[in-house]
Design a protein around this ligand. Structure first.
Ligand SMILES: [Zn+2]
Length: 402
């Protein structure tokens, strides 16, 4: 926020209005000029590669619920899979889980976000998950390894509210959801929180090997949004010697802007031996101490062991969904080299809070994170947005509401 643009009078008025709301009304609403419409549009996936804009009434908000006006939402690989193949059998469904927006109505029981930060009408939020088994789990419960036992907005079966995915004008946030007040982050950063949290988690997993150090030589294979964010996280934590591997020169150029020192286009090498030599060449004759595998390609998984030195480490995070079997030679690739391998999937609630700080620090050191959002579409153009995503032309594609 530009400090000069802050209007003190308006803030004071907002605070006073807020106080009045809490004491007098059952549901807190903004008395600013926010008129909440009676209905909301949602982008509903009604068949394979078929999205229809539908309009549904905005329901009454319960004491433990929030009504949020959606400002934007990124399209995730998971959304694209659902759009194309419906692997989760969720059609009809309102997709979108990388969303953010402004609270316009708030149930009286809600006063704080999941990290304990005060929450008010007008605040900008993101959600992370809704716990299925144990509503009492908080972000500081270390036994909760990842989101395996939770539901996520945008991947919920359709219900009578219909306002349960972020590809919409409004979303109803229900009881026991994980909500974070991220008012201090700009819209682009807020849209990148969910994918960035995946990398914060992956790097935390990588650190458990004890191999990743400030001066480590690190390979990041795959320069889609996940690989690029991986480079940004490593760079932000002070790791400088990073080689990016991908098959598209444009992506490799961007990887360098994001903090990679050197790059390798795998298409220029005839076999994996040649490719491994090229990687070693970029590290002045050394293999990598640690590697992050950020593609969903089985061949890429098989290849990456050849880039790692004896006693090195590997974090595999590219297989967010089942991408098929990969072949390795357990003797040469794992045992004889004594590789330490960790897998990583999704994130914990703690990683979410770390992500907010990462986004601020990455901006602080000048990494061009906002350029990860390569395409912006309105909700009306959502079908086109998904088609662009499937063509793999851009990086992060986002729906931005007016
Ligand atoms: Zn996602």
């Amino acid at each position: 926020m530009d400090i000069n643009s802050i209007n003190i009078e308006e803030i004071v008025k907002k605070v006073l209005d807020g106080m009045q709301d809490t004491s007098m009304a059952v549901t807190k609403t903004s008395s600013k000029n926010v008129t909440i419409p009676k209905t909301s549009r949602v982008a509903m996936l009604t068949g394979l590669e078929q999205i229809e804009l539908k309009e549904f009434p905005i329901p009454e908000i319960g004491d433990d619920e929030l009504l949020v006006k959606v400002e934007g939402c990124g399209i995730c690989g998971t959304d694209a899979h659902e759009y194309k193949n419906d692997p989760f059998g969720l059609i009809p469904i309102v997709l979108g889980h990388e969303g953010t927006g402004e609270i316009v109505k708030m149930g009286k029981n809600i006063t704080k976000d999941s990290a304990g930060k005060p929450l008010n009408v007008g605040d900008k939020i993101v959600t992370s998950m809704i716990f299925r088994d144990d509503p009492n789990i908080t972000m500081f419960d270390l036994n909760k390894q990842n989101i395996g036992d939770a539901d996520v907005y945008g991947l919920l079966p359709d219900d009578k509210t219909h306002l349960n995915g972020w590809f919409a004008d409004y979303i109803v946030i229900r009881k026991d959801s994980s909500i974070f007040n991220v008012s201090e982050l700009d819209l682009d950063s807020r849209i990148l929180i969910e994918p960035a949290a995946v990398l914060i988690h992956a790097v935390e997993r990588a650190k458990t090997t004890g191999i990743l150090k400030f001066n480590s030589r690190v390979v990041v294979q795959g320069c889609g949004p996940i690989g690029l964010l991986c480079i940004a996280v490593l760079r932000t934590m002070g790791i400088e010697n990073i080689v990016a591997v991908d098959g598209v020169d444009k992506r490799l150029e961007f990887a360098k802007e994001m903090g990679a020192t050197r790059s390798v286009n795998f298409k220029n090498y005839k076999d994996v031996k040649d490719l491994a030599n090229a990687v070693a060449d970029r590290f002045d004759g050394h293999l990598a101490d640690f590697a992050f595998q950020c593609t969903g390609s089985p061949v890429a998984h098989s290849n990456i062991y050849k880039f790692i030195r004896n006693g090195g480490g590997l974090c595999e995070l590219g297989f967010f969904i089942n991408g098929g079997d990969a072949t390795i030679n357990p003797h040469f690739d794992l045992c004889a080299k004594e590789i330490t391998l960790v897998g990583s999937w999704t994130y914990t609630l703690r990683d979410y809070a770390t992500t907010f700080d990462f986004l601020k620090r990455a901006k602080g050191i000048g990494l061009p994170l906002e350029r990860l959002i390569s395409h912006r579409y309105s909700l009306d153009e959502i079908d086109q947005a998904f088609k662009t995503n499937l063509k793999m032309e851009g990086l992060k594609i986002a729906i931005i509401n007016e």
